[in-house]
Design a protein around this ligand. Structure first.
Ligand SMILES: [Zn+2]
Length: 432
């Protein structure tokens, strides 16, 4: 999905070399190339008085400006003036449902009017209303919807995004969603996840085991055969699939080579965290209702805790996941938007960072780690995304701030100035 030369496509002067200079800070995130846990999450690898040289789409130098600016290649490079700004790695959104055909405005107004999740679902809204919209969409329409979401996300700094299926809930439509995610051409790279077990479709309401058996025997093998997703995810909660059903799904997914993810302890704690740890899931996501013993279990495991505070905010709830406790226990925590049309219609990781700091008592450094290197690790991309280091693709954002801590501090402001992917500009505030 990565294009060779973004700058040509966008009509910007192509160049083999860029020199990023003048930044107040370059937040490199240098350190271990894996999810950082506990106290490691405070290490941001900030360099001041630095410059960054990019050649053929890759970073070749990050370090003191005095040295880099004197290199012969730097003298020939096109200059990117980052004066007074902060440079950070392209942000990574590791949990989204970005492919949806339309917003759910009726649900939004009903919820404001006091309707519960269950009441909205009973009146024809909720996940199943998006499923109906997907069932009426063409392949081209779905691709356009995904592209629109990616543009929005990139305009807030996201250059690598996970994207789940889960609004088809039958084999043909789930495959259509995943194919659209493969074909979509947008400013951010997409990592697709099969979420065939997102909800129990109405026609299977009396036989959820039967539905799940079909997902395991038909959908997952097809997805694996066509290499349409890297991860398999399931929604394990009292209103969706049980831990026992989730174990069956994990078994099938593991045999087919998928990485495992799970929607765990969002509303109720029914064994999802233990399951994630037992099966070595890459991540357990949500965790608003996680219990103490599960938090300890998770902190000792290799499973990354992916927290989604924007859904708590948008649903008007007040129970956030215990980020502080998880980090203090030594867990690896990542943050994501959960971008979706029902519970979290935000494409903004900076907003999620603000919530993490103000509502979950994460420090700005921990929040930055959680949307870069840890989010990349939650997508098994720690070796290619989330850090600014020699040899890596030049995916970076220039924020119009003097200190990276202003990114979460200015709640609700979009301070992104420019985003570059593989050395080519993909977003510029005010237009390209
Ligand atoms: Zn989700």
């Amino acid at each position: 999905m990565r294009r060779a030369n973004e700058s040509t496509r966008l009509g910007v002067r192509p160049s083999n070399a860029l020199l990023v200079r003048g930044a107040r800070q370059i937040v490199t995130m240098r350190g271990p190339v894996r999810a950082r846990r506990g106290a490691e999450m405070s290490q941001t690898g900030i360099v001041t008085g630095a410059a960054m040289l990019v050649e053929n789409g890759r970073i070749t130098q990050v370090g003191p400006a005095s040295r880099i600016e004197n290199l012969t290649q730097a003298k020939r490079a096109v200059e990117v003036d980052a004066s007074g700004c902060v440079v950070v790695p392209g942000l990574v959104d590791c949990h989204t449902h970005l492919l949806f055909p339309a917003p759910r405005l009726q649900d939004y107004e009903k919820r404001i009017g006091g309707a519960t999740y269950e009441e909205i679902a009973a009146s024809g809204g909720g996940i199943l209303s998006t499923v109906r919209a997907v069932r009426c969409s063409t392949a081209a329409g779905l691709e356009a919807a995904a592209a629109r979401s990616l543009e929005l996300m990139a305009s807030h700094g996201t250059l690598l995004a996970e994207a789940k299926s889960g609004y088809g809930l039958e084999t043909g439509l789930e495959l259509r969603l995943l194919r659209a995610l493969h074909r979509v051409s947008g400013p951010a790279e997409v990592v697709p996840t099969c979420l065939g077990a997102h909800a129990i479709p109405p026609e299977w309401k009396q036989d959820p085991d039967g539905y799940l058996a079909g997902v395991c025997a038909e959908l997952l093998p097809e997805v694996a055969r066509h290499k349409l997703a890297e991860f398999a995810d399931i929604y394990c909660d009292s209103a969706a699939f049980s831990a026992e059903q989730s174990a069956r799904y994990f078994d099938a997914a593991t045999r087919l080579g998928f990485g495992l993810k799970i929607h765990a302890s969002q509303f109720s704690s029914i064994g999802a965290v233990e399951l994630a740890v037992t099966w070595g899931a890459v991540s357990a996501d949500h965790l608003e209702a996680i219990e103490e013993a599960d938090a300890e279990l998770l902190a000792r495991s290799g499973t990354i805790a992916v927290l989604l505070p924007a859904s708590v905010l948008h649903l008007g709830l007040n129970r956030y996941a215990p980020a502080r406790k998880l980090i203090d226990l030594g867990a690896a925590v990542a943050l994501a938007t959960d971008f979706n049309p029902g519970s979290s219609p935000t494409p903004s990781l900076p907003l999620v960072m603000s919530l993490a700091c103000a509502q979950m008592r994460m420090s700005p450094a921990e929040a930055m780690t959680a949307v870069t290197v840890n989010a990349a690790a939650a997508l098994r991309r720690a070796e290619s995304a989330g850090m600014l280091e020699s040899g890596r693709a030049a995916d970076f954002c220039i924020f119009n701030v003097q200190d990276y801590r202003e990114i979460p501090y200015y709640l609700g402001a979009n301070l992104l100035r420019t985003a570059y992917r593989a050395g080519g500009p993909v977003f510029h505030q005010g237009g390209m």
